[in-house]
Design a protein around this ligand. Structure first.
Ligand code: FE
Length: 199
């Protein structure tokens, strides 16, 4: 398996690159929410950690929105009505380094919202206004057929768990550990995955 994206990061630089993105871009607003991008992603990771999740799920929660920084469209495009498919972009940049569980949680976190809206009566009422707006752009709640297909996901429980932490991670002013707290965990997940992939 290749550990580089052409001209991009490798296993020794991927965590630093992520840290750099958080540092340089983290203060940007999170799609109309009252938290910044880095506050949102750190709150997601902190919720996962507090729930006793393992390294991979904490990594997924931390990185679920990283695709906002890799797409061709600026973040504001989503607020203007264009879905920038950040979940696909995010999965693509993480795939060379992270295990399938992490990549699946990132790739399917938008569909997980559509799934939960179709299957959990209380879930929709907990969505923020911005999340209701993007739900429309993302296709609305899943149809019965879509729900059946989604339910067959190998990592369904993890995907749904990350989605719920994502939804809960929009609280202005909530304090969390800094990115640096999670850096060793990320490196551990990358190293373990790449060691397994090459032996
Ligand atoms: Fe999010």
């Amino acid at each position: 398996m290749s550990t580089t994206i052409s001209g991009g990061p490798d296993r020794d630089t991927i965590v630093n690159l992520t840290a750099d993105i958080f540092a340089r871009r983290g203060a940007e607003s999170y799609l109309g929410e009252k938290v910044t991008m880095s506050e949102h992603m750190l709150q997601s990771a902190a919720l996962a950690e507090r729930a006793g999740a393992g390294d991979e799920l904490i990594a997924a929660a931390l990185l679920h929105d990283i695709g906002h920084y890799t797409g061709e469209f600026p973040e504001t495009a989503l607020a203007e009505g264009i879905d920038n498919l950040h979940e696909i972009a995010g999965a693509r940049v993480l795939e060379p380094f992270f295990p399938k569980l992490v990549v699946d949680c990132v790739r399917w976190h938008v569909d997980a919202k559509r799934y939960l809206c179709a299957t959990d009566r209380h879930y929709f009422s907990r969505l923020s206004d911005a999340s209701v707006h993007t739900l429309r752009l993302q296709g609305g709640p899943m149809s019965g057929d879509e729900v059946e297909t989604f339910r067959a996901q190998e990592n369904l429980d993890a995907i749904v768990a990350v989605r719920k932490w994502d939804e809960g991670a929009k609280v202005p002013g909530r304090s969390t550990p800094a990115f640096e707290h999670y850096a060793p965990l990320l490196q551990r997940v990358v190293d373990r995955h790449l060691a397994g992939a090459t032996t």
